[in-house]
Structures are given as C-alpha cells and as structure tokens.
Design a protein around this ligand. Structure first.
Ligand code: HEM
Length: 148
C-alpha cells in the first residue's frame, strides 16, 4: 500500500463516513448481492452497523502500521470463524462495500476504489487465516472495545 493509496482511502473515508446512511446502504447492497448472508444478522442492525463503521475507521486510521493491528484483526477473524462465516462471503462483503463507497463519492473514483479493494482484500485474508483461538492473551484494541 503506497502513501498515495493511504491518502486516497483516508480522504474518501472522512467523506463517506459522514453519511449516516452509509452502513445501511452497505447492508442493503450486501443482501441484494448475496441474499444468503442475511440469515447471519439480527433484524436490528444498529449495533452491528456502529461496530462495522468503527472498525473500518480504526483500520483506516492505522493503514501506515497495519502490522500493529494484526492482533485485533485476527481476533475479529476468530469471532467470524465461530459465526461460521465462509471465505467466499468476504468477497460479497468486499463487493458490496466497494459499490457503496463508490456510490457515496461523486465522479470517477477508480484509483480510490482500487486502493479500498486492496485494503479490504488484506483484511479479509487476515481474518480468514486467523487462528480459531487467539494465542495472544493480551487484550487487543477491538477486544477492549467489544469485550469478547
Ligand atoms: C472485512 C470484513 C469484515 C469486517 C471488518 C467485519 C466486522 C465486524 C465487526 C466489528 C463485528 C462485531 C464483532 C463483535 O461484536 O465483537 C462483526 C460481527 C459480525 N459479522 Fe462481520 N465483518 C466482516 C465480514 C463479515 C462477513 C463476510 C460476514 C457474513 C456475511 C459477517 C457477519 C457478521 C456477523 C453475523 C456478526 C455478528 C452480528 C451480531 O449478531 O451481533 N462479517 N463483524
């Protein structure tokens, strides 16, 4: 990830994350692309939406030191393994998020969306490859926030 890409992601996130409907639009898109993922989620997505937005912001804020947040990402991956989220479903999630971000920005966003594609691919790969149980007992950042 180049510093230009980090810049594109950071700037686009600070714009799109101000849209209060962003995450709802994302879930609408996800359920349109992959209706089979709907069964995982509770009917009320309020808490889930906040956590997802918070986590994306957390990752965006650490793009220049992703190795430092590996623990937190691994822990999140373990949580998703327990939920039995399948590898291909991360692809749907990525696609829905890329479309949502693209729609929320105006104009031609090709380099920005390519940069997001890279970071979401990295995130999904790290989560899919997470250990079932985190070997590291030290509480990670997300751990502290979400308390599991
Ligand atoms: C980059 C990929 C993803 C990120 C960043 C992400 C983020 C999160 C976060 C932060 C939580 C809250 C964890 C907690 O409460 O401790 C969560 C929970 C959850 N995620 Fe994901 N997630 C991703 C991919 C997926 C995918 C692909 C699915 C399934 C299609 C999924 C389904 C769920 C479900 C079902 C929950 C629990 C909801 C509940 O019952 O409260 N996630 N995710």
């Amino acid at each position: 990830m180049t510093s230009e890409q980090i810049d594109l992601i950071t700037k686009s996130w600070s714009r799109v994350s101000q849209d209060p409907n962003l995450i709802q639009s994302f879930y609408d898109k996800l359920f349109e692309i992959a209706p089979s993922t709907k069964h995982y989620f509770p009917a009320d997505l309020t808490m889930q939406s906040e956590k997802l937005a918070y986590t994306l912001g957390f990752v965006v804020g650490n793009l220049d030191r992703l190795e430092n947040i590996q623990d937190a990402i691994q822990k999140l991956g373990s949580t998703h393994k327990k939920l039995k989220v399948k590898e291909e479903e991360y692809g749907f999630m990525k696609e829905a998020l890329l479309i949502t971000i693209d729609n929320a920005l105006s104009g031609d966003n090709t380099p920005t969306i390519q940069a997001w594609d890279e970071v979401l691919t990295y995130l999904a790969e790290s989560m899919v490859n997470a250990e079932n149980h985190s070997k590291n007992k030290k509480k990670s950042f997300l751990n502290k926030i979400f308390g599991n």
